[in-house]
Design a protein around this ligand. Structure first.
Ligand SMILES: O=C(O)[C@H](O)COP(=O)(O)O
Ligand SMILES: [Mn+2]
Ligand SMILES: [Mn+2]
Length: 559
């Protein structure tokens, strides 16, 4: 039976009442780890989160937020916002992009699909351009996948290849970009030895070039466009290795924010602008930071910046990045078909939803939560509010970010009585954690905690229920460690700052005056993960969860 024929009606929960306001708070990048000076959550003053934990074993627990628990290939994969919010919202574990691409490459099916056949048409006369994040972080892309794709594309006819790299330093240690470029150059050299004209054509740091999200700053995408498509950038080098080494000589340089550069030939001519007749693949599998560039590459009508030239190309994403917009229309690997998410169930069952975050995480509690789908399920039942994020600064400069504004909007939504379900994401622990600035991250954690307090107070007033959790770790561990857990130091004796997410579990707390007596966490689901939260929330709204969902974490004990 197709999913459209399945009923959306949820059965009444036998023991739990309807009509309670439920606030769901996602602390982005807030894991649970041993206390030490690199655990910014521990160092920060966090009375609200501490009080949820203390003395509440029935209402506080840990959840798995990484690896196979969220559909990633292995348990060595750290969690991330996409897979975390997908699992939280969908209540089911789907094999995610990273895994689907692995399978398609391993079986060779990637080359038999419509997307590859579409771009292949250009291989005879045109160049194949590959644009994406050069990293083994496994959050947006993976270097090993890029290398396999390069090889496979060549075996299937690509004779001229240009790679447009985005350096990471966010999902991996800062300074590792050189290492990844060396590996890539090595592979390109092997291709050149076989007579393939394969080279790196442009580059730039992911946070400054191309990989913006949720339309926070189109200038980022424009910088990428200028380098990748037009072949124009403030820096010109004859090789990417030389270029990155040069750019990193600036003591403030950082892989995440490297300026755009293009590779030029002996006559200072860029070697790889994108022109009519070329094929382009964006090789990131993760959606949020590819949607904007996909629009620029695909939309005939586009007014976000002056593209100067709109080449007639054949473009495919590694995946389709937005299922609702069908963007891009061509893709190499089908994305996970995330269906029957909790948001859709709730609106079908009369639950009015309010969701809010600031721009940099807005799509997390809407797009990702709803299974990589933009827009409302039912605009008469939902309101999504985006608080504009600061732009043009690194978030350690303003670590409070918009936590207070988000909390106040959520408080107002709770007190208005117009919504049954109020969902927010607080970006601080994650966005400031990614900067590697420990002092600022401590301030960030405190700001997020203050926001939690505002929401819990509002829930007290309306006799509602709160659910506080996180999507993955980040701020709880800011240093790279050896196997025994000791901080690693570099050759100058400095600790190696960890800007990435972690493998740690995240807390889950439930409470509030509306929580029915006897509700407690079950003891039989010790290894539960984020996907178990959706059934739990549906129960707290007074419904039984759908059968296809991962089991609820709560039970109702005797009075
Ligand atoms: O895109 C990013 O900012 C990082 O790669 C991952 O962070 P997120 O998964 O928390 O968004
Ligand atoms: Mn996150
Ligand atoms: Mn993050």
């Amino acid at each position: 039976m197709g999913s459209s024929e399945l009923s959306w009606e949820l059965a009444d929960h036998p023991r739990l009442p309807k009509g309670k306001t439920v606030a769901v708070v996602i602390l982005d990048g807030w894991g649970e780890a041993d206390p030490d000076q690199f655990n910014c959550i521990h160092v920060a003053d966090t009375p609200a989160m501490d009080s949820l934990k203390k003395g509440a074993p029935e209402h506080w627990r840990l959840l798995r937020a990484h690896g196979t628990a969220v559909g990633l290939p292995t348990d060595d994969d750290m969690g991330n916002s996409e897979v975390g919010h997908n699992a939280l919202g969908a209540g089911q574990i789907y094999a995610q992009g990273a895994k689907l691409v692995d399978l398609a490459l391993a079986s060779g099916k990637i080359y038999e699909g419509e997307g590859f056949k579409y771009i292949k048409e250009c291989f005879n006369k045109g160049t194949l351009h590959l644009i994406g994040l050069l990293s083994d972080g496994g959050v947006h892309s993976r270097l090993d996948q890029l290398l396999l794709l390069l090889k496979g594309a060549n075996q299937h006819g690509a004779r001229r290849i240009r790679v447009h790299i985005l350096t990471d330093g966010r999902d991996v240690l800062d300074g590792t970009s050189i290492h990844f470029v060396e590996i890539l150059e090595n592979e390109l050299l092997k291709l050149r030895e076989k007579g393939v004209d394969a080279q790196i054509a442009s580059g730039g740091g992911r946070m400054y070039v191309t990989m913006d999200r949720y339309e926070n700053d189109w200038g980022v995408v424009k910088r990428g466009w200028d380098a990748q498509v037009l072949g124009e950038a403030p820096f010109k080098f004859q090789s990417a290795i030389e270029g990155i080494k040069k750019l990193r000589e600036d003591p403030k340089a950082n892989d995440q924010f490297l300026p755009p550069f293009v590779i030029v030939d002996d006559n200072s001519k860029p070697i790889g602008p994108i022109v009519d007749g070329d094929a382009v693949v964006t090789f990131n599998f993760r959606a949020d930071r590819m949607v904007m560039i996909a629009k620029a590459l695909e939309y005939e009508n586009f007014n976000k910046f002056d593209r100067v030239r709109f080449p007639k190309i054949r473009y495919a994403g590694m995946l389709q990045y937005d299922g609702e917009l069908k963007l891009p229309s061509h893709y190499l690997v089908s994305p996970p078909e995330i269906k029957r998410t909790s948001g859709e169930y709730l609106v079908h069952n009369g639950i009015k939803i309010f969701a809010c975050s600031e721009t940099v995480k807005f799509g997390h509690v809407t797009f990702f939560w709803n299974g990589n789908r933009s827009g409302y399920f039912d605009s008469s039942m939902e309101e999504y509010v985006e608080i504009p994020s600061d732009t043009g600064i690194s978030f350690n400069v303003q670590p409070e970010m918009k936590a207070l504004e988000i909390a106040e909007r959520a408080r107002d939504a709770i007190l208005s009585g117009n919504f049954h379900h109020v969902r927010i994401n607080l970006a601080n622990g994650d966005m400031v954690g990614h900067t590697g600035d420990i002092k600022a991250t401590v301030i960030a954690c405190r700001a997020a905690d203050e926001a939690v307090k505002i929401i819990i107070d509002a829930i007290e007033q309306v006799k509602g229920i709160y659910v506080v959790t996180a999507d993955h770790g980040n701020a709880e561990d800011m240093v790279k460690r050896d196997k025994s857990g000791q901080p690693l130091v570099d050759k100058d004796g400095n600790v190696q700052i960890l800007t990435s997410h972690t493998l740690h579990p995240v807390p889950l707390a439930i409470g509030g005056p509306g929580l029915a007596p006897g509700v407690r966490f079950r003891r039989d689901l010790q290894s539960a993960g984020l996907a178990n939260v959706a059934a739990t929330v549906i129960n707290l709204h007074g419904f039984e969860a759908p059968d296809e969902y991962e089991p609820t974490l709560i039970e109702v004990g005797g009075n």
